[in-house]
Design a protein around this ligand. Sequence first.
Ligand code: ADP
Ligand code: MG
Length: 398
Amino acid sequence: MMKKMKQKLGGEQSLAVERSTRWRRGLSVMGVLLGLVIAMAGCSESDRPLEPPVRFEGNIFGTFYQVTIMDPLTQGESLELEAGFKAELESVDQAMSTYRDDSELIAFNEAPLGEWQPLSNELIEVLAISQSVAEASHGAFDITVGDLVNLWSFGPGARPEEVPADDVLAEQLAEVGFDAVEVDTQNMQARRIRDVFVDLSGVAKGHATDRVAAYLNQQGIEHYLVNLGGDLIARGVRDEEEQTPWRIGIEVPEDGEQRAQHIIPLESMSVATSGDYRNYFEVDGQRFSHTIDPRSGRPVTHQLASVSVFHPSNAWADAWATALLVVGEPDAIQMALENNLKVLLLVRDGEQWRSIASPEFVNYFGETLVNELGIESFSISPSPAPEAVPAIQPVTGE
Ligand code: ADP
Ligand code: MG
């Protein structure tokens, strides 16, 4: 039966071959013509100039990204750029995500205590930035809080949203401290000397924003705005002819509200905002935010609702924003002064909030804009002027 069928098939095949040779010849001529048409169409499609702004949007790291470019681009160039910056985002995720088992950071967290681990340039760079901000903020920024983050139900090992028991908290807190991680930038290695879970979520988004910007610079793009989950970096202008700068909104610190409290022009600068109004859960009306105070092991609770840090590097801005949110209002002011940071704070004041800027912010953006926006400046306790120093009173004998 099988044989018969084969033979039959064979007969039909030979006829078909003859027919198909003729067909093929005809087809090949048509194919060449069609190919040409497609090539020309493809060519013109790829060369088609796009009307700026060209905007790319998507999701990554559990948040969104939005890249806007004002440079003249063709369709082909825009696709190339998109693939290029997405590869940068992917590489940051691969290096420092705590949400994927195969990241370099997870391997580092699982490596034996005390043993130096050779790490990628970018992981070393981000660890080094983290440790600098940790030191300068006296431990308010602390990448060793990972287990506490999980315990409070934020992060990869999240538990149900509830308040952890005091003894469990105390146990975890005992290990936490940025001195549990050592970074050797000379030899590109790092090690954990206590059993802490290193969490770079407070700085990785900023670093990724920097990476996208560096990639765009390298590609010769001169006018862009990168927004990665609210961490922004701008270069050039929004409109070259009119010299209109990019403008970014500092959000009202209320959950569910996407209104800008202030609109600020941004040129070749980045900004990161940390707030207690987005990522939180509530138990009995009390709000627990995802920013942990490493001194108490508990989510921050105070009147400081939002901190925006303007810095040329978004990784530094991101880490500092978290650090200042941890320490709260009076200390945030002090720290911004000590570290010459351009900072805008939104502080709750009843149903409203006050906006307060650091002197570096005022210098950078100018008093006119600061006044226009109704932003107060930090009240710096004035050091007494020389003539105001009370002269030593001559002791008059009685
Ligand atoms: P935000 O925009 O509010 O700063 P981020 O995602 O940039 O949010 O940073 C918050 C994340 O940083 C938390 O989810 C947690 O993983 C981590 N984190 C929490 N507290 C600290 C801290 N004190 N120092 C460093 N990282 C922290
Ligand atoms: Mg941040």
